[in-house]
Design a protein around this ligand. Structure first.
Ligand code: GLA
Length: 389
């Protein structure tokens, strides 16, 4: 996202110059799926696409927000903030105003515009990027600054408490702490993190299946509830278990009868996926691409068979990718139930990869695959370049 673009967009929407602007990237998760809300490990990377906002303060108590890409605007009052099904795109901004106000922070009334270039519906976390960028924007405008960690937590609070989506901490953390050329290893309990270099010569290629299941959010909540049920059952025989993060494969095994088939499978995915994240970090650090490919393939199988969040289209995309010798990893990324796959592809072979996948997918699923090549990128920031003097 180009800085000048968002300032120019603000000028044309409002007729005035902006006083502050901020940008936050989307993310792709390399491995560690459905582990964040189980206090586990994840390995996302911020991507070189994101959401930018620009704003200026206005008098009174009514905010005005312009969605540049949709050509829509809306006004809303500070008091009685509520979601608007007619303009759901404003809910993320309102959610941040709501979360800041709950902390007793004096949020400046403003006119703002928002614009983004993250592919929609592809599971690349445009909502977390939007909330993180809004938090930075309002801080820059109002003269308050939250720490990076508080910014990520506030973005999640806005999403959970106002927008009403029960997501974990991975997405805003990736958006805030992303680093160029690196993935982010994150412990979702302690929030300790490390950056991990991508093996040289590999590109992150995301393939959007174009499929989005309408039950995604209810299925997501159901998986969370099944994990909670698993924790309750496991804690009755291993009292120190507070989350699935605390369970080893050896502890899980003898509890399978008590857990029952479905909850047992959900737990097996989470416990094995946590171990795979740690192994993936080692494989990336030692450049062991064979191991990388098998860990990502195993993650996909586990999401498909044990966690049951894949679908035919994602399975086909992964199968096609794994058959290509220049592809060193493929799996579904994000929540699943449609969305995208993430692939690690040799730089010189990205075109050949795209061609094979597009042709194979159209032949097998009669659908168009949308291909995006990403650079792991730096995290969210206040924009000052291009700010009118
Ligand atoms: C969504 C959520 C994340 C995470 C993933 C699954 O993207 O927003 O918090 O739970 O699903 O790994």
């Amino acid at each position: 996202m180009n800085h000048e673009t968002v300032f120019a967009a603000f000028r044309s929407a409002s007729g005035n110059d902006a006083e502050a602007a901020a940008y936050a990237p989307g993310r792709v998760n390399l491995i560690g799926e459905h582990t964040d809300y189980n206090d586990g490990f994840v390995l996302p990377a911020a991507v070189d696409r994101g959401v930018a906002l620009a704003a200026r303060r206005v008098a009174g108590d009514t905010f005005r927000l312009h969605a540049v890409d949709l050509g829509q605007s809306c006004d809303f009052a500070r008091a009685g903030l509520e979601r608007d099904p007619e303009r759901p795109w404003a809910d993320y901004f309102k959610g941040v105003v709501w979360a800041l106000s709950r902390r007793g922070i004096d949020v400046p009334t403003c006119e703002a515009c928002v614009s983004g270039d993250i592919p929609q519906g592809a599971g690349l976390s445009s909502s977390a990027a939007y909330e993180v960028a809004t938090t930075l924007l309002l801080g820059a405008l109002g003269g308050f600054e939250l720490s990076s960690l508080e910014t990520a937590k506030l973005a999640r609070e806005a999403e959970n408490g106002f927008v009403g989506v029960a997501c974990g901490i991975m997405d805003p953390m990736a958006s805030v702490f992303g680093q160029q050329g690196r993935a982010l290893w994150l412990d979702c309990r302690s929030l300790a993190r490390q950056t991990v270099k991508l093996p040289p010569g590999l590109k992150i290629v995301v393939v959007n299946s174009g499929v989005r299941h309408s039950l995604a959010s209810s299925e997501y909540n159901q998986r969370r509830a099944e994990c909670d049920e698993g924790v309750r059952t496991l804690a009755s025989s291993v009292p120190e278990v507070r989350a699935l993060r605390d369970v080893t494969p050896e502890q899980l095994e003898p509890c399978s009868a008590a857990l029952g088939v479905t909850v047992g499978k959900r737990c097996r995915h989470v416990v094995s996926e946590n171990a795979r994240v740690e192994q993936t970090v080692s494989a990336m650090r030692s450049g062991d691409v064979t191991q990388l490919k098998s860990l990502m393939a195993e993650s996909h199988r586990s999401l498909r068979d044990d966690y049951e969040v894949s679908c035919l289209e994602l399975d086909v995309l992964v199968e096609l990718a794994l058959a290509l010798p220049f592809c060193h990893g493929a799996r579904l990324t994000g929540a699943g139930f449609g969305g995208s796959t993430v692939n690690l592809v040799e730089v010189e072979a990205v075109e050949a990869f795209s061609r094979s996948i597009t042709d194979g997918y159209s032949e097998r699923c009669h659908r168009a695959a949308e291909i995006h090549v990403f650079e792991p990128s730096a995290g969210a920031r206040v924009l000052t370049d291009g700010l009118p003097a």
